[in-house]
Design a protein. Structure first.
Lengths: 293, 554, 187
């Protein structure tokens, strides 16, 4: 969280997009495995052990389910294992399912890292560069939504304690929802008046606004950006040229081991473990620094 | 140097019969700390909003306002005059603390590197560094209000206007906030105009008090002159109840001398005039009827991994008594109340309402002629467009005759004095009025047991007295009242018994006299002043009575 | 939330399997098909499977399939062969029996017994629809004509000639109109 999260949002965004896109569109098992490994490793770095373990159960079950689903629906492939309702269930389809599962889990893990690292303010900052007005609106919405949810819980509880439509029947529940909703409309209007007073009191709408943010593009960001571009361009060029193509149907193709393919694997591998390496480096430096004191 | 001058200002809201303000005249010197007080509805908010032209209400205005010698209309910079409202929640515009701080400066078009410096400066002055990058939603009420103050302060205002900023805060957060204001005034020489109900703490630090009533200025002078001034107008002026305990006791005794303002001064004043040994007043034995609410070894937590909020709570509340639960912020008082109300489920233990377990009340039976719960925020009780609609909805639920319904509604509204409010929108009422209407709605279910969560939040002294009277009337009709409150003074004046909720348990439950006499810090200001003379005199009235009974000053 | 996802996923999976049936056969069992011997009195039909059109559109073919193994150089997957016609046999029944007997891979969609719709042949001999361009797929012809409906609803008579042909252009390259293609299998 510390090392990688402090990088400039634009670099982060580019990094996450490129890793996710490459792992989504690569069919090569080595690239997929690298993406999965990198994602899992980084998740471990930024999460608490407890949650990581609990999540592992979920990901493993999801993995199995996705892997099993494919051969049930796709019957292509040279090596039938058995026949289900007259259609073959093949080894190739099963392996293809595994590959899809690796891809899905890998992308999910990266999404998780993304949501941990790319907090709403970083996202808004990037957005604000493009459309400043919209970024303020989004920021206000993000402020409003949790307040709204909290207030509607309070209203719902107050209504329940008065015994108004608090039964368990569906009609009661629907009416209760409707009541809470009407109450919340009044509340929202009231809230909006206060907010607008607060905005006006602080000079909103008087002059052209500037757009402040706490993020600054530093030299380290620049360096990392360059590294990412280099590491990304190798797999992109390689994949476009078809160096790492891989097919499951009808027969499983051989894993490419030409120097070009190896270069692609190496570059993408480096790219996917980059955040974990940065975290580890930070941790080591910190340990060393502490031990020196 | 004069910073603000108001000349013969009158104001009337559209369609209103009476003017909200009439012939207001006053000036504010640069660097002054002025406290504006008066019962709610006296025009404080209107006045403050008129001063800040960006948020001024619409209506008929006469008279003029000068800021730094120039008429208010010619002012262009919104940053010169800072404005903080009552509700900490609804003033926050953005989702992150740092963004909120920068918001005002962004509006003024200040370059980003200047914003960076000013925001950093203010964040360190207010001690916000630790939560600088947090979401505004995760802050406590006190932090939110501090953030509101800081995000006004980054604009470097010359005059700070605050409209009851501590109304929604708990006492500790309120003290912190007031202390910050004092620091701003002392260290930065900032001019402050503060409207406030809670005078106990601001009275001693203010340079001047302006007391308003019915849209006009009643008194305007040094804090020490307010007590005598009010006494001169009327010995038992109804506004006295809002004054700090020391001033009230001084007024009540009516023996002259300089008016004390703080607990320390009050204690010296009493000592000077009534010396003697510490006496513990005789306390009649507490008589009670059978228990209506009983908790037996109740345990509660919100989630499996979270700590217990209630740890084996056992308590009995007797029929027809007013029982106050006191306790610090986040101690779980409200949670305990919700557990009693059946809104949260205890995972162990029994809660008996009239001898029957809460979980055995099926459907709505618990909330019909049995138990009623008034939440902290009275707004949450209303769901319809008028108070009348909300109230009649409740009567419809009660399975009684149509003619009877109307009667019931009128009766309750008359009793609580809200008949004139019935056709208004609930959200248009003041805090005190909202609360009375909410109470009326809740009372329509004819409860035997009434649960109140922080009933005095945001109320002025007058409304508190009103509430106290209402609760006493209810008690007289046999209703059991269980309140949760921060307000030590209110509990001391109102409750039959008080209990301290701490660390998931009720530490002690006793009559206010015994309860507060045992406490050293957690007690009323009056008790702190007088405890060396009368150990268990807890309210101002009791202290005054004791002094008078001892007879004349030395 | 996560539990919910798993449960829903699992339920859908189980329901699909239950709904589509759980008739499991081992590989040997599947290929073990009795082809009746042709006797003078038995009714027969002739079946062939060809993919000549692919040879003409080789550059459109999925690279993974560019091999003699999948596309025979003469375009013949199954030369015209006579099979005994059993009572009520449809085009699908004959095809199914023939591919099993010859151990040719075949994948179909839908169910034989299904009262609505019909079986759709997705791929034969690893050649699937869209394997050779976006307009490619399998069609069948009986006595030189492309029927307007699914192969499991076409009941055969003695002496009919069935040809399964692979088209790369909605049937126009094998002599069928666009209309006929659309009805050729789907429907």
């Amino acid at each position: 969280m510390k090392a990688f999260g402090n990088i400039h949002p634009s670099v982060l965004m580019m990094y996450f997009l490129s890793v996710m896109l490459v792992s989504m569109f690569a069919s090569n098992p080595i690239i997929q495995a690298e993406a999965l490994f990198g994602g899992a490793l980084f998740c471990l770095c930024i999460q608490k052990r407890g949650t990581a373990l609990r999540d592992a159960g979920f990901y493993i079950s999801l993995f199995l389910m996705v892997a099993v689903t494919n051969p049930l629906f796709s019957h292509n492939g040279k090596t039938p294992l058995f026949f289900l309702n007259g259609n073959p269930v093949t080894l190739e389809a099963l392996l293809c399912g595994v590959s899809i599962a690796v891809m899905v889990i890998g992308v999910l893990l990266w999404c998780k890292c993304y949501s941990e690292i790319m907090t709403s303010d970083k996202f808004l900052y990037l957005f604000g560069r493009i459309i400043p007005k919209l970024s303020l609106v989004l920021s206000m919405a993000l402020r409003f939504i949790p307040a709204y949810i909290r207030q509607s819980r309070r209203v719902s509880r107050a209504q329940k304690a008065m015994g108004l439509y608090s039964g368990k029947s569906i009609s009661d529940r629907v009416r209760n929802r409707m009541r809470v909703l009407t109450a919340m409309i009044s509340w929202s209007l009231e809230n909006a008046m206060d907010v607008s007073a607060s905005m006006k009191a602080r000079g909103y709408g008087q002059k052209k606004r500037t757009d402040f943010s706490i993020f600054r593009f530093q030299r380290s960001d620049c360096a990392l950006f360059a590294v990412c571009i280099v590491l990304l361009s190798v797999p992109l060029v390689g994949m476009a040229a078809g160096v790492t193509d891989f097919t499951y149907y009808p027969g499983i193709s051989r894993i490419e081991t030409s120097p070009a393919a190896v270069a692609v694997y190496a570059a993408f591998g480096a790219l996917s473990v980059l955040p974990s390496v940065l975290e580890a480096k930070e941790a080591i430096i910190w340990k060393y620094y502490v031990s020196k004191i | 140097m004069e910073i603000l001058r108001v000349e013969d200002l009158s104001f009337r809201y559209p369609k209103a019969e009476k003017p909200a303000l009439s012939h207001i005249d006053f000036t504010v010197e640069s660097g002054e700390f002025i406290v504006l007080c008066g019962p709610s509805g006296c025009g404080k908010t209107t006045l403050l909003r008129l001063l800040k032209k960006e948020v001024a209400p619409f209506g008929e205005k006469t008279g003029s306002i000068f800021f730094e010698g120039a008429p208010q209309e010619s002012l262009t910079c919104a940053g010169e005059m800072g404005f903080v409202q009552q509700n900490p929640e609804s003033q926050i515009v953005t989702d992150k603390v740092w963004h909120e701080l920068a918001f005002g400066l962004e509006n003024l078009g200040v370059p980003t590197d200047v914003i960076r410096r000013r925001v950093g400066e203010m964040a360190s002055f207010f001690g916000i560094e630790n939560w600088f990058r947090q979401k505004t939603d995760e802050l406590s009420g006190g932090q939110k209000q501090l953030l509101n103050l800081a995000s006004v302060m980054v604009m470097q205002p010359k005059l700070l206007i605050l409209d009851e900023p501590t109304g929604q805060l708990d006492p500790i957060a309120a003290s912190d906030f007031i202390a910050t204001l004092q620091k701003l005034n002392r260290e930065l020489g900032l001019t402050i105009l503060l409207a406030e109900h809670r005078l106990e703490e601001v009275f001693p630090i203010a340079d001047r008090i302006i007391m308003m009533e019915d849209g006009g200025i009643l008194l305007n002078g040094e804090p020490r002159s307010i007590g005598p001034g009010l006494s001169k107008l009327d010995a038992a002026h109804h506004m006295s109840c809002a004054l700090p305990s020391a001033v009230r006791i001084w007024q009540g005794l009516d023996i002259g001398g300089t008016c004390p303002l703080t607990v320390k001064e009050g204690r010296e004043f009493l000592k000077r005039n009534y010396s003697g040994q510490t006496v513990t007043l005789p306390e009649p034995e507490y008589l009670h009827e059978e228990a209506t609410v009983e908790m037996k070894n109740v345990w509660f937590r919100y989630e499996r991994d979270l700590p217990d909020i209630m740890r084996g709570v056992s308590v009995k509340v007797y029929r027809g008594e007013i029982f106050s639960i006191l306790g610090g912020n986040g101690a779980g008082k409200t949670t305990a109340l919700c557990v009693v109300a059946g809104l949260l489920k205890a995972y162990r233990g029994k809660i008996l309402i009239n001898g029957k377990q809460v979980k055995d009340y099926k459907g709505n039976t618990l909330y019909r002629r049995c138990l009623a719960f008034l939440p902290q925020d009275p707004q949450t009780v209303f769901a319809l467009d008028t108070v009348r609609a909300d109230l009649s909805e409740m009567t419809e639920m009660m399975e009684i005759d149509k003619s009877e319904r109307e009667k019931r509604l009128d009766e309750i509204s008359a009793r609580l004095g809200i008949s004139h409010l019935l056709d208004r929108h609930p959200y248009d009422l003041s805090g005190g009025e909202q609360q009375k209407c909410a109470l009326a709605k809740v009372l329509l279910s004819e409860p035997e047991i009434l649960l109140l969560d922080e009933p005095t939040k945001g109320l002025d002294a007058y409304a508190k007295q009103n509430l106290r009277d209402t609760l006493r009337e209810l008690k007289a009709t046999g209703v059991t009242v269980l309140t949760v409150t921060h307000d030590v003074e209110f509990a001391a004046e109102t409750a039959d018994r008080c209990a301290l909720f701490f660390d998931g348990e009720f530490i002690s439950a006793d009559t206010p006299r015994k309860f507060f006499a045992e406490n050293n810090f957690y007690t009323t200001a009056a008790n702190r002043m007088a405890r060396e003379l009368w150990k268990n005199a807890v309210t101002c009235e009791q202290v005054v009575e004791c002094c008078k009974s001892v007879g004349g000053a030395k | 939330m996560k539990k919910d996802i798993l449960t829903v996923f699992g339920l859908v999976l189980i329901l699909t399997v239950l709904f589509s049936g759980t008739h499991i056969q081992s590989v040997d069992e599947y290929y073990l098909t009795h082809i009746d011997d042709i006797r003078p009195e038995s009714e027969t039909v002739t079946l062939s499977i060809r993919c000549d059109t692919i040879l003409e559109n080789y550059d459109e073919l999925d690279p993974a399939l560019r091999s003699d193994e999948y596309v025979p150089s003469d375009g013949v997957i199954l030369p015209p062969t006579e099979y005994v016609l059993r009572e009520g046999d449809t085009v699908f029944d004959i095809l199914d029996r023939a591919v099993r007997y010859n151990k040719i891979q075949m994948e179909f969609q839908g169910s034989e017994e299904s009262p609505f719709g019909s079986v759709y042949i997705e791929g034969i001999h690893y050649l699937y629809e869209f394997s050779c361009g976006p307009l490619s797929g399998w069609m069948y012809r009986v006595d030189g004509e492309f029927p307007n409906y699914g192969c499991s609803r076409y009941e055969l008579h003695d002496g009919q000639v069935i040809e399964w042909v692979y088209t790369c252009d909605l049937g126009s390259d094998v002599g069928a109109g666009w209309n006929e293609y659309s009805g050729g299998q789907r429907k």
